[in-house]
Write a protein of this length. Structure first.
Length: 423
């Protein structure tokens, strides 16, 4: 019988790697807590219409990349390809919009049918922030600052913030016309993907990764120059705030977001350490999405980060993976010794210590070798003699020194050692 394997583009996250992920997630949670951003959790599975309406029929996500199927109730369902549409749907459905502006964050797996590559899997993980009900330019700058500071808290360096404004719906419509006219004059010079997008989503051509198309676009009409005075003033306010916060940025008039619901501020944080897939964080303002999904007109801004890419950056930045820290390793042999080991383990665990109990049944020396390969500074040895006398042998794995303690003395000793280590 053939051994079963994961589907292509799906990956197991093994214990050796989860400590890094857990540390990353803990840092993110703390950053969101300090910014008074609350967590929201939405289903992995949504109605396909949510993404068709929210993301846009003409996007690659809806057209080519979604995992969709018909369920037993003859409903079209889709595994979520991104987080924003589900969060906005929940805010509308659960009446959050009537409770005032919402500062929300989410995290979890997303699904897109793409060619797997480094940092991009078919099941991938994101964390994201959504400010729902915020229209001020300062909220754009705050959202960007939270993303920037999170990456700094992770110890990441050599990052670049690229900034653009997509203006109002009218700005984009006017610019789209002038860009389309220019692109049609150079259609034969565009790469195949860009030619396909020409009459469906021409603004996405600005984001083409084809080097020849990028070179061609240097002479294309400039989006920033097409903004109305009000849009220009708003964008200047965002820049002034970022300057005041001492967050460096580069203007990139060819930066567009891949989804249809964006307008005004758009930004990306990139890293050269990731090669072609350089985007670490992407986001922007999407004032039209709530109304598009059936709610009242509501101003919003948000961003998302891919965790797989962040983990790659943590490695390239030589940030040490967070190891599993064990305070005590319990070595025991025999039924009476195992019973005492269980009691000792539970006593210390209830006091907050990390204790691993060896259930292998191997000899004491083999169990001690296992203990020495862990991060535990102490091993508790319980053989037949210790079980009979009630005197447990506590061994310092760093100095090889030992002492005898009764069970009721063990907790006091470990607490005292914990205080010494902090000092």
């Amino acid at each position: 019988m053939n051994q079963l394997q994961t589907l292509r583009g799906m990956a197991d996250l093994l214990p050796a790697a989860t400590s890094t992920w857990q540390w990353l997630e803990a840092v993110a949670r703390e950053q969101f807590r300090c910014a008074c951003v609350q967590e929201i959790r939405t289903p992995l599975l949504e109605a396909t219409e949510l993404f068709a309406r929210g993301i846009g029929e003409a996007t690659d996500v809806v057209g080519k990349e979604m995992y969709s199927f018909i369920d037993r109730g003859e409903r079209s369902c889709t595994l979520r390809p991104e987080g924003t549409a589900g969060v906005v749907r929940a805010a509308i459905q659960q009446g959050l919009l009537s409770q005032g502006p919402q500062r929300l964050w989410y995290g979890g797996p997303m699904f897109r049918y793409e060619r797997p590559q480094a940092g991009r899997m078919r099941q991938f993980h994101q964390i994201g922030l959504e400010f729902i009900g915020f229209n001020q330019a300062a909220s754009d700058s705050e959202a960007i600052a939270i993303a920037w500071d999170l990456l700094a808290a992770l110890g990441l360096k050599d990052l670049k913030l690229q900034l653009n404004s997509l203006g109002t719906k009218e700005d984009r419509a006017n610019y789209r016309s002038s860009l389309l006219a220019w692109l049609e004059q150079h259609q034969h010079q565009l790469d195949p993907d860009s030619q396909e997008r020409l009459h469906t989503n021409p603004l996405r051509i600005l984001d083409s990764k084809d080097l020849n198309t990028q070179q061609l676009l240097t002479d294309a009409p400039n989006l920033l120059a097409a903004l109305c005075p009000e849009s220009q003033e708003r964008f200047e306010q965002v820049q002034v705030a970022l300057n005041d916060l001492q967050i460096p940025y580069q203007l990139n008039p060819r930066l567009v977001r891949g989804l249809d619901y964006y307008g005004h501020t758009a930004f990306e944080i990139t890293s050269t350490a990731l090669g072609a897939q350089s985007t670490v964080c992407g986001g922007g303002r999407y004032n039209g999405l709530v109304e598009q999904l059936g709610g009242a007109p509501t101003a919003c801004i948000g961003w998302a980060m891919g965790l797989e890419r962040l983990v790659l950056l943590l490695d390239s930045a030589e940030v040490a993976a967070q190891q599993r820290n064990i305070d005590l390793y319990v070595v025991c042999q025999g039924a009476a010794a195992t019973s005492l080991g269980l009691q000792a383990s539970r006593l210390l665990r209830n006091a907050g210590f990390a204790v691993e109990l060896d259930h292998s049944g191997a000899g004491i020396s083999k169990q001690l070798k296992r203990a020495s390969k862990t991060t535990a500074p102490w091993a508790l040895l319980i053989a037949e003699a210790e079980a009979s006398s009630g005197q447990l042998q506590l061994k310092n794995l760093h100095t090889n020194s030992s002492q005898l303690l009764e069970l009721h003395q063990l907790l006091a000793f470990m607490l005292e050692e914990q205080i010494k280590s902090v000092q």
